[in-house]
Design a protein around this ligand. Structure first.
Ligand SMILES: C[S@@+](CC[C@H](N)C(=O)[O-])C[C@H]1O[C@@H](n2cnc3c(N)ncnc32)[C@H](O)[C@@H]1O
Length: 273
């Protein structure tokens, strides 16, 4: 990815978004249910700059004998995670969900938070995660890019935000290529996620929704994240995309009069059988 090469990595990092309290809330929901002293070998898949890794460490209690393995394809995200977390039980490895079982085996838990929507072949990836776990191990995931993420009455806002960003780009002479499909755009239902887990060798997972309120500053922050820009405005250079999303957000908020925007997170925990 181009952003791994220079200072862009910092400007377009996920880190600013992770500082919003609701983001800790949706991740804590999973971590509290999955991390306990009995689960010693934990994989933080798609760890990014390490916000979830930190939560896992907090919940491990006595870290003696524990191992936490953060895995992410992005070297720049891993560099930020390594700089932020200094613990002898944590290691960060470059890798991808598509071949996680070649990197880890017999894990007690694999958490894959805010990232599962980014993978193209979800069935293959969930199969890989099953292979990386021991029997009785848990796979936990969450995402806010699924069918059901939009709280009633808000879909107009989300559509308007992107439309206004596209309008801003047009005003600046930049066209958005509608033909480019980003994998981040494929929204599954909760049932589809549950079916994929069952097919991969898990007991049918409990899948629940957590509703949070997103303040405008958090939307501005996600609008500066490289993968969000690529998903919302395929093919647009990051710098231009970020500026357009910021201006588009301002217009969408003015037009809809929304103060904060509610949104659902899907939270799933599946046990390997
Ligand atoms: C939105 S961030 C989430 C980071 C972290 N899990 C959190 O919740 O704070 C998504 C992360 O998924 C990673 N990612 C993208 N595709 C992936 C894949 N195929 N396998 C593993 N991680 C992936 C990205 O590099 C990025 O760091």
């Amino acid at each position: 990815m181009a952003i791994d090469n220079d200072g862009d990595a910092e400007r377009f990092s996920f880190e600013a978004f992770t500082r919003h309290p609701f983001f800790t809330e949706v991740n804590r929901w999973i971590v509290e249910r999955v991390i306990d002293p009995g689960r010693r070998k934990v994989v933080d898949l798609g760890c990014g700059p390490g916000a979830v890794t930190k939560l896992i460490l907090e919940h491990l209690g006595d870290p003696h004998g524990a191992r936490v393995i953060g895995i992410d394809p992005s070297e720049s995200a891993l560099a930020r995670a390594r700089a932020a977390i200094h613990s002898r039980v944590v290691e960060f490895i470059q890798g991808s969900a598509e071949w996680v079982s070649r990197l880890v085996s017999s894990a007690d838990a694999v958490v894959f938070l805010n990232a599962i929507h980014l993978v193209g072949d979800k069935a293959q990836v969930i199969g890989e995660i099953r292979k990386a776990l021991k029997r009785g191990g848990v796979f936990a995931f969450n995402t806010t890019f699924f069918k059901g993420a939009y709280v009633e009455g808000t879909s107009g806002f989300w559509r308007r935000w992107v439309l206004r960003a596209v309008q801003v780009l047009r005003e600046r002479g930049i066209e958005v290529k509608h033909s480019t499909h980003a994998t981040a755009r494929e929204f599954l239902t909760a049932d589809e996620y549950a079916d994929l887990c069952v097919n991969a060798g898990f007991a049918r997972p409990s899948v629940e929704l957590v509703r949070i309120e997103m303040p405008p500053e958090s939307l501005e922050d996600i609008g500066r994240f490289s993968l969000f820009i690529e998903g919302a405005l395929p093919g647009v250079p990051l710098e231009e995309g970020a500026k357009a999303l910021k201006e588009g957000l301002k217009r969408a908020i003015e037009e809809t009069g929304l103060d904060t925007v509610p949104r659902n997170w899907l939270e799933g925990v599946a046990v390997a059988v």
